[in-house]
Design a protein around this ligand. Sequence first.
Ligand code: ZN
Length: 256
Amino acid sequence: MNEPVLGEQTHAFIRGQSWQAVVLPFGATEPHNLHMPYGTDTFQVEELGRRACQRAWESGARVVLLPAIPFGVNTNHLKIPGALACSVTPTTLLHFLSDIVDSLERQGIRKLVLLNGHGGNELKPLMRELHHRTKVFICLCDWYRMVADAISRIFEKKGEHADEVETSLGLAFFPELVKLELADDGAERQCRLDAINRGWVNNTRPWHLATSNTGLGDPRAATAEKGRELMEIVAERLSQFLVELAAAPFDDKFPY
Ligand SMILES: [Zn+2]
C-alpha cells in the first residue's frame, strides 16, 4: 500500500516508473489549543496526501507523494508563553521550494502540486516568484479551502485552529495524541479596530493576544466520525484532480 510514497520507497522501484506529477505537503510545528499535538497540521496533510495519491495510483496515475515539510510560517506565535513554535519566514519557504522545484525540473518532472495544511503558509506569492523562472507547472491546494462547503455542512462550530474540524481529524487519524478533556473553548478575542473584527481589513494576528490558549474555534463537538467523513470528501476530490492532472498532455500552452 505504499507505492506512491517516496519516503517509503526504494530506488529500484522509483526508477522503474515514469512519474507524471509530484505532491509536496506543507505542515507546521505549533501549539494547537491545549489538547492537540504540535504536529497536527503535518499529520493531517500527510494523511490526506497519502490517501489521495494512493487512490490516484489505483486509477493509473503515476503521482508520487514527497515527505511533508514539518516547519511552517509561525512568526506570529513567538510571544505565546511556553509555546516552542518552530517558525520559518516566507522567504525561507521560497528558497526551499525554489531548490526543490529546480531539482525536480532537472529530473524531468513538469507538474507539481503544493498541498498546504497550515494557514500561515501563504504559498501563492511563492508560485508567482517562480512562475517565469521554471518550466514546472506549479499549483496549490490549501486542503481546507477545497472542502469549505463540506466543512460548513458537517461541523457545528466555526473555527480555524485546533477547532472542531482539526480535532475531529485528530480523533479519526491520531486519537492517541488528542486529549480532548484539556481543550478550552477556543474563543477569539476581539481587537480594538472594528474593520478587522468584521473581516474588511486583515492583519497578521498576534496569536498570544488573539487567543486564550492558541485555539480558534470551539473543539468540543468534535467526533472521529466527522473527521472520517471530511477526510473521505477531501481525499476523493484531491485524487480526482491528481488523476486529471497526471493524464493532461503537457505542452507550451499547458494548462490551456
Ligand atoms: Zn492546525
